[in-house]
Design a protein around this ligand. Structure first.
Ligand SMILES: [Zn+2]
Length: 277
């Protein structure tokens, strides 16, 4: 019975870590001999738990920062920068720690070019990237995103100012980067309302789940966000861009690459999605 429970727990932890970070489950399995050694050499349940946690964490970080980037490159995906590079940075470090920052080299190059041009147009501006793809295997889902499974997809934050200083803000209103929305105004097309009425509960799920406390500290910058979208759209190899219809209209975006993503996806008035052809 104890063996069965142990196997179940190992499978559960493996499954969760794999879904969340792709390689976390594998690292957990690789660390099992270390856990056995700790069990043999250490007394006390808490002491053992602490040693096991830190040994896993060290091995995991070694994979995230050294092993995975080297191996992923051989399979045609590269990580977006951990620290700000060419005015491009992760909105949250968790995107990097969970290996959700991998793209095809071409998309990384475009993201850099766009960030550099945005900064040249609006001195001081930077681009916050959100979730991209996992490092390995076409078709491996990056949950909860429907299509981020081939190295060709990238989410980005909108451009914000601090509502306190009125200067460019380098942060984002949501701790995940998602779920704090530029809602449709009374005279604008309301696709979130339409999809809700049609029964697509997931369309607005993040808006409901994510705390909105920081929203008042940020103001949406129309000009910089419009330029950000246009700079991606002007690249030949960008195939589609997703942004909520009311924002497309509000920003005056005219690129034919901008599409409505459908009610089966999630709302895109909290972030921007770009993808390669
Ligand atoms: Zn996306």
């Amino acid at each position: 019975m104890k063996l069965l429970i142990n196997v179940f727990l190992i499978l559960l932890i493996f499954g969760v870590l794999t879904v969340v970070s792709q390689i976390g489950g594998l690292v957990f399995l690789l660390a099992i001999p270390i856990y056995r050694l700790i069990d043999r050499k250490t007394n006390g349940m808490w002491r053992r738990a602490v040693f096991k946690f830190f040994s896993f964490a060290m091995l995991y970080l070694m994979f995230v920062f050294i092993v995975v980037p080297l191996v992923a490159r051989q399979f045609g995906r590269v990580p977006l920068p951990i620290l700000e590079t060419n005015y491009l940075k992760p909105a949250t470090i968790w995107t990097v720690l969970l290996n959700r920052n991998y793209v095809k080299p071409q998309l990384k190059e475009i993201a850099y070019k766009v960030s550099i041009k945005l900064n040249a147009t609006y001195p001081g501006a930077k681009v916050n990237y959100l979730e991209a793809n996992f490092p390995f295997v076409d078709g491996f889902p990056l949950l909860p995103h429907l299509s981020h499974n081939d190295g060709k997809k990238l989410d980005l934050s909108f451009q914000y100012n601090s509502s306190i200083t009125n200067k460019i803000s380098y942060g984002v209103p949501s701790f995940t980067g998602y779920g704090v929305c530029e809602e449709p105004l009374a005279n604008e097309q309301d696709m979130p309302g339409y999809c809700r009425e049609k029964g697509f509960w997931q369309y607005n799920a993040l808006r409901v789940l994510i705390p909105q406390d920081n929203k008042a500290k940020f103001t949406f910058d129309k000009g910089r966000t419009r330029t950000l979208v246009d700079l991606f759209a002007e690249h030949e190899s960008i195939g589609k861009i997703f942004i909520e219809p009311h924002l497309q209209h509000r920003l005056g975006l005219t690129s034919s690459k901008i599409r409505f993503h459908g009610c089966h996806a999630v709302r895109h008035d909290d972030h921007l999605h770009v993808q390669l052809k």
